[in-house]
Design a protein around this ligand. Sequence first.
Ligand SMILES: *Cc1c(COP(=O)(O)O)cnc(C)c1O
Length: 391
Amino acid sequence: MSAAQESWKHIVREIEKRGATRRPRTIEGPQGTRAQIDGKTVVNLSSNNYLGLAQDQRVKTAAKAAIDCYGCGSCSARSIMTTKVHAELEDALARFKRTDSSIVFNTGFSANVGALQTLLSEHDLIFSDSLNHGSIIDGCRLSGARTVVYPHKDVQALEALLQEQRTENVRLIVTDGVFSMDGDVAPLPEIARLAKSYGCVLMVDDAHGTGVMGTGGRGTVDFFDLRNQVQVQMGTLSKAFGSVGGYIAGDRDMVELIRNQARPYLLSTALPPGDMAAAITSLRILEQEPMLLQRLWENTSYFRDGLAQLGFDTGESVTPIIPVHVGEEKKANSFADSLFSHGVYALSIAYPLVQAGKARIRTIVTATHDKADLDTALDAFAKCGRKCGAI
Ligand SMILES: *Cc1c(COP(=O)(O)O)cnc(C)c1O
């Protein structure tokens, strides 16, 4: 065995010893609120399918029709050839976000990487929240700009850093709108005020905000009414929209620059047309059915209140992402295993996805859970939580 192979083996054994091996469970059917997972029907609290649109018959029909029209694959990068559905989706997203333009990437991950890499260079400065998504972190690295990490949501610390860290060139502040591990929301009005008074560009990643917050699910930027103060809006089609892909929305020139220079856009084959048609249809349904959002928020309050009444610590969550804090990695894993044996699938999340010692069970409530689903889940949390000492 080579030295490299020895070292890989050693790292894996270390992970196994910590009891932190990641073994995704296998789902054998639709990603519903009750799903067939590892041979067992369980309440699914681990899906980003906030509005149930991944299984909506209209969305599936639109995807099939696009496959019948265009075929399965796109067969070239967008920069060479682009289907009508890709263009139609970009128009629909720009209208939805109320911006000039939008550009669709293959994933939310590559949208962040592509945008940051294009809009910034080594002479620039980025101010990034300490709990921002990994794709923002990688985008910052690839941009070559110097990145200053500010403590999570700490506006005072951010202001101090803005006073101290200066450049003649671009300064950009970037934050998640909704944070994916804690379900808390960035203090965008205060950040936007700082961005304005210190002459910074502001970028918001609304992967978990879109289809969830704001009027008609337009996201956190809309929720705080800051459309004209956030120059770069990022979102994904893979969560509430039940499809796949990511996008950047904003003014025409910014989007055009990305379209001409972002490497993940230029060098990667476009998403299949079926997925684009699915996203267009999801957007349309979201516009026509505000009830979906209402149900999502009713379920969110019901479940969060239920967990709080049982004595669980759900941190600063104010969205459908509700963490149940446990602390120790092993404890979180055994909590999750015990939940599964009681018919509930909720993910245990530990280092390196979150800080060491801050392991948690992350739950995600959707519009399509019914009261019986949520009550079953609360019962299981009560039993298993007591068993492993979380309450
Ligand atoms: C999921 C997520 C992404 C990546 O989106 P994908 O479409 O899954 O690649 C980016 N940012 C945040 C905050 C996310 O939660």
